[in-house]
Write a protein of this length. Structure first.
Lengths: 460, 349
């Protein structure tokens, strides 16, 4: 327990990693709901309403876990990172407050109406509720990414007399180059999660031979949106993200690639194990010159390795950063191939009968969650040892009045609670999936609440 | 500027307490006010589609606190570390039990989650009462501008006080009673049949208890912080809130006598606004009164963000608040009137 910063980091890492499993699906599914509600509104085709109703139930569960695991995130800035909050709160507080005031109040006003209120609202307002929730969830993503971008590449601030940061330039801060690129990359990746989920459920029903009509709809929309999103994650957004890391976070890029020595014609490593002690990669399989090309546009560009930077600016966990980046990039590449193939079969009208491919699509749904998580680990481990890049180090930021023993207490408590949440979520979503969209066709609320199914009173 | 942001932050917190207060109060009474499964669905539906919107006001308050008073937010949240985590865990349990209990109509499943729901709401009410008690009594802020508090020490309300002592405990008992009265008044407005009749009886009972205990808590406050009454006496803003509270009490009395359910409910909201508003106006400019020595107290003037940030935020913040009120009006109008269980619960199977 000798390093207090470690325990505060562990808690934040655990709670944010767990939390972000849910919003990525929320943000990915939200536009499916908007699209289906819109199609239903325009065409009057009940299939779209049924799809929206069925997915709104899963969306509602997902949203609920996202909300309850999200509230501790904001509060941890104060509870666990008091040093950071005191130093930079005047700046990052702007976007955290904007997130609450603009995004969450919009999202949460309409989520209940979206999930519960189709009858009360009527079709037009119900469509607007879906639109409000989708807009709110993406706005919230933007404000959080601006906050993170400030930590990655601080702009728009000034230093006050007592050494803390103050807010100076609202345009520079909100339109941080890093934020725009990271937002595009992250939202495309969230769409990948959503499209894979929709496709996987379509594949599941197609393979079982149930809910055929809905299955075809999910497969068609899932794969068509999926291939677009998967390509967007890599190009232009992922490419731009790599270039901006190369420009502003040299040591992070070197560590991501496991590049210990500088030089031109930099290789890209497909696989290999970083050996930091010996300063080399073990068992590497490389593509010559690719890294120079991808990072700076020509094969002859000089890409600095870790040796070009003082060791105190190296990321603190080079090995994990390297693997996180490679898992993300590898999975992202596989997603493009998988969705391209599925789309091809879809357009040829053969996806329904390609059972092998349907199996692959069904089993693929967890991997976008892994890729998104690995992507965030790349961003956050690459930022180390800084809390705000170049300005404020991570070991300056934690709450000194909170002992590591107390932090471990809340880590254990949260882990237990989140474990139960996870079980509940999987159980209830699984139950929805097995039940399927059949009775979503029968009316706005599905079947009426079956009061008769249970005894009238639990007490008597 | 500092005064404006102190007022906006207090406004956000008070909005949260009033809105989420009726959810918390109704939730804490859940097991008493509703007996059958259908009745319990009715209570959940009355809390309804906006519970997360209510809760978000606390998140908005957290962000606003950080933006306007970063040093105080940092000191307060890290100092109340364990208590705040208990609040967070209670929120997790509360939110999840609302969402999952109606998901399928199994008797044991719903009984379990209704119980979790009631207990987490009760715990939230107690913790918010303790929090208010701590802000009024003060906390052991030291010369570094930070504090670290045990959950309890010797219960004396002096010096190195704990989060719970005789005074904060008295507020922690008072708050759930007040919120239960508020929640029952809300349920009386939103429900029909047996739930309505029980809410009516419970609301009357809890308001009587609350109004009887109010002088007791006020005297306790005077024993702990006599200076607050002196500053209240010279601050006209505080008088306004006292008047709001008195008017709310009259509306309550009239609303239960006639009976006029909406009038009583508005009175209930006004009582809470008046109580918290008067407290905030008396506490200003101190955010965290130091129990160790007055010069260590953290005031709004010491802790406010410097630079242009507060002026910039004053442009967008009211716009966002205005938009939020618009969404609320749209949704609340659609869900106005009494709850209908057949329509307002999630379909389950």
């Amino acid at each position: 327990m000798s390093d207090p910063a470690f325990w505060h980091r562990l808690q934040f890492a655990f709670t944010i990693t767990y939390h972000y499993l849910f919003p990525q699906l929320t943000m990915g599914l939200a536009w499916f709901l908007v699209y289906w509600k819109w199609k239903a509104l325009r065409s009057g085709d009940e299939r779209y309403n049924a799809a929206a109703r069925f997915w709104a139930r899963i969306f509602g569960l997902n949203f609920a876990v996202g909300v309850v695991t999200g509230i501790p995130m904001e509060f941890q800035f104060g509870t666990n990172w008091a040093g950071f909050s005191k130093y930079a709160g005047a700046v990052i507080g702007q976007t955290l407050a904007m997130e609450g005031m603009f995004a969450f109040l919009l999202e949460s006003a309409f989520i209940g109406a979206l999930v519960w209120g189709e009858q009360r609202l009527g079709p037009r307002l119900h469509f607007l509720a879906a639109l409000g929730v989708a807009t709110g969830s993406w706005l919230s993503g933007y404000f959080i990414l601006v906050t993170n971008a400030f930590m990655q590449h601080p702009v728009g601030h000034a230093v006050s007399a007592d050494g803390t940061l103050v807010f100076a330039d609202v345009r520079a801060y909100l339109l941080n180059e890093w934020a725009l690129i990271q937002f595009a990359h992250n939202q495309a990746a969230a769409l990948v999660t959503g499209t894979f989920a929709v496709t996987a459920v379509g594949a599941f029903y197609a393979l079982r031979g149930v809910h055929q009509d809905q299955a075809r709809l999910y497969l068609r929309h899932g794969t068509l949106a999926g291939v677009v999103a998967a390509v967007l994650v890599a190009f232009p957004t992922g490419d731009a993200q790599a270039k901006i890391v190369a420009r502003y976070q040299g040591p992070a890029l070197a560590a991501m690639e496991g590049r210990f020595e500088s030089g031109p014609m930099a290789d890209i490593t497909l696989i290999g194990q970083p050996n930091v002690k010996e300063r080399r990669l073990d068992n590497p399989i490389r593509v010559p010159g690719m890294l120079s090309f991808l990072a700076f546009g020509t094969f002859h560009s000089d890409v600095p390795g870790l040796d070009a930077f003082p060791p105190e600016t190296w990321p603190t966990n080079i090995e994990l950063l390297y693997y996180a980046f490679h898992v993300m990039a590898g999975l992202g590449t596989i997603f493009i191939g998988m969705m391209a193939l599925a789309t091809l079969q879809q357009l040829r009208g053969r996806l329904d009968s390609s059972r092998g491919l349907l199996w692959v699509l069904m089993l693929a749904f967890p991997f976008p969650f892994i890729a998104n998580t690995a992507g965030w680990m790349t961003a956050e481990l690459g930022r180390q040892p800084w809390l705000i890049y170049g300005l404020f180090r991570t070991d300056q930021g934690y709450s000194e009045v909170v002992s590591p023993g107390t932090v471990l207490f809340t880590i254990i408590g949260s882990a237990g609670l989140y474990f139960v949440l996870g079980l509940l979520y999987l159980y209830l979503v699984g139950r929805e999936l097995l039940h399927g969209p059949a009775d979503a066709l029968t009316g706005p609320q599905g079947p009426a609440f079956p009061v008769s199914a249970g005894p009238p009173s639990i007490h008597g | 500027m500092v005064e404006i942001w102190f007022a906006l932050l207090c406004f956000t917190i008070i909005v949260f307490v009033v809105l989420d207060g009726w959810d918390i109060g109704a939730g804490a009474l859940h097991l008493i006010v509703a007996k059958s499964q259908t009745e319990r669905r009715e209570v959940i539906a009355a809390i309804g589609p906006l519970w997360s919107w209510h809760e978000v006001w606390l998140v908005a308050a957290g962000g606003t606190f950080l933006l306007a008073f970063p040093a105080i937010m940092a000191a307060a949240f890290s100092g109340f570390y364990l208590a705040l985590w208990m609040v967070l865990w209670s929120f997790v349990l509360r939110g999840i039990s609302i969402e999952v209990s109606g998901h399928f109509p199994d008797r044991m499943w719903q009984t379990f989650w209704d119980f979790v729901f009631a207990m987490s709401n009760l715990l939230l009410a107690v913790l918010f009462g303790a929090a208010l008690g701590n802000v009024i009594r003060g906390v052991p802020v030291n010369e570094t501008g930070t504090f670290s508090m045990a959950l309890f020490t010797d219960f004396t309300a002096r010096g190195q006080a704990g989060i719970l002592d005789w005074y904060t405990l008295s507020v922690a008992v008072f708050a759930p009673l007040l919120l239960a009265a508020h929640g029952a008044t809300y349920l009386r407005l939103k429900t029909t049949g047996p739930v309505h009749d029980r809410s009516d009886r419970l609301a009357r009972a809890f308001w009587v208890i609350t109004l009887v205990l109010f002088p007791v808590v006020s005297i306790a406050t005077w024993l702990v912080r006599p200076d607050l009454y002196q500053s209240m006496a010279v601050r006209p803003v505080a008088w306004v809130f006292v008047v709001v509270m008195a008017a709310g009490t009259w509306a309550l009395w009239d609303g239960f006598r006639r009976p006029a359910e909406m009038r009583a409910f508005i009175g209930s909201c006004a009582v809470i606004v008046g109580l918290l508003g008067a407290a905030a106006a008396s506490v200003f400019p101190e955010f965290l009164h130091s129990t160790l020595s007055p010069e260590y107290s953290l005031t709004a003037y010491d802790g406010a963000a410097s630079g242009r940030g507060l002026a910039i935020a004053l442009v967008w913040w009211p716009v966002a608040a205005g938009l939020a009120v618009c969404y609320f009006v749209v949704i609340a109008r659609k869900f106005a009137g009494k709850v209908r269980v057949s329509q307002d619960t999630q379909g389950s199977y």
